[in-house]
Design a protein around this ligand. Sequence first.
Ligand code: NDP
Length: 224
Amino acid sequence: MTKTALVIGASRTLGLAVATELHRRGWHVIGTVRGERHTGLHDLAADRLEVEQLEMTDEQQIHALGDRLAGRSLDLLFVNAGIAHDNIGVGEVTTESFTEVMVTNALGPLRVVETLGPLVTETGTIAVMSSRQGSLTMNTNGGHEVYRASKSALNQLMRSYAARAAGARTLLLISPGWVRTDLGGPGALLEIDESVPGVVDTVEARAGEKGLHFVDHQNQVLPW
Ligand code: NDP
């Protein structure tokens, strides 16, 4: 039977590549973009593809998407969307910038998980794009303080969700590696096609494993 995935933030770079890879592997993909502009997602073959709209920081839009998808059954909810601002320390960051990163990377994904998680089958998977930078243990060098804090907050919120609401579902926090994207920058170690097939392999390999797992694109467990 064809499996269905909802990919949040599928307009470009990693999210588009995840949607494309799932589609290539035979999944029915619902991908979200912001606004009405044409994106790479629209260029995928029209069979097994639906394009939806979501600005993830807008609570009303999350609920509206939930209403539009009511009655649907998802095998995978993959929350990819995220942002990083300039690499400035917490002593200099504006409250506005700090808040935007936190709301986008931590609150937004969890609102999506809370609202759309019930559409995921009892043994389906909810995956959220995290980062090695969200690991407290691995933070020995500092840098990217606000981004790190937002991904740590994301991980913490997912642990609470796992303790409270996961049921038999598989919950994944995935680090894609450091990838050359708009966010990762030109100096990153990996091309998108060196990361995303491994991300999707990891999602497929972990399917059916109950509980929360913090893993990378090579399915290696990362320390909290
Ligand atoms: P990009 O900046 O290249 O792309 C970000 C994607 O998220 C775009 O599709 C963008 O949509 C979407 N997005 C951003 N904010 C929102 C929002 N408020 N609502 C809806 N969609 C939004 O980032 P990457 O592809 O590099 O990163 C994707 C994910 O991977 C992020 O969560 C990031 O933190 C994580 N990650 C990336 C790493 C890397 O090295 N690249 C390393 C570790 C983690 P739009 O086109 O509309 O702007």
